[in-house]
Design a binder for this molecule. Structure first.
Ligand code: ZN
Length: 182
């Protein structure tokens, strides 16, 4: 998986044409599944599509959303309404803003709001963007070790799967795993 969000570089017309040759767009309402290389999760299941551009792989759904809307942000996740990671149908994608997520939460009957790590100097609960408490994070990681997928975890904890995976990578919660001796 890409280990951080980055601004997507400018795509040439050739890049854009190459991008859409890798997508099945036969039905505008259904999921547009990425036909090329995909990242795999811990269980070996295929997740996000990867699009090779300027020397690295980019999450295909972010590119699709960018091409459809011009939205390009390094601080927000692009989430799937359809919970189908290889899908790149822009109509199934939304940026994970607190407002957007609130609507999504109400629609799906979820409970909490996402972790959007923005202020790097603050950690964990001290960061006012964090919506999981330290014990919840520990529980989440326990669930993962018991084989719960990030999509299942996203339903249980009310975060989008990208937010769950961000926690898995331990970026905001490093102090839980590597406590400094006091
Ligand atoms: Zn979809």
């Amino acid at each position: 998986m890409p280990n951080r969000q980055s601004i997507i570089p400018t795509l040439s017309n050739k890049d854009i044409l190459r991008f859409w040759t890798k997508v099945d767009r036969s039905d505008p309402k259904k999921c547009w599944v990425w036909k090329d290389w995909k990242w795999k999760n811990r269980k070996g299941e295929e997740t996000y599509g990867g699009f090779w551009l300027r020397g690295k792989d980019w999450p295909a759904h972010r590119i699709a959303y960018f091409l459809a809307t011009g939205f390009n942000s390094d601080s927000l996740f692009i989430c799937h309404r359809c919970d189908n990671p290889p899908c790149v149908n822009p109509n199934h994608l939304f940026p994970d803003t607190p407002k957007g997520n609130m609507e999504d939460m109400i629609r799906k009957g979820r409970a909490i709001i996402p972790v959007i790590p923005i202020e790097k100097r603050q950690r964990g609960e001290a960061n006012n963007k964090a919506k999981l408490t330290a014990p919840q994070v520990m529980e989440l990681l326990q669930d993962r070790d018991n084989g719960m997928s990030s999509v299942e975890a996203s339903r249980k904890y009310g975060l989008c799967p990208s937010g769950i995976r961000y926690i898995y990578r331990g970026k905001n919660w490093k102090h839980l795993f590597y406590p400094k001796p006091s």
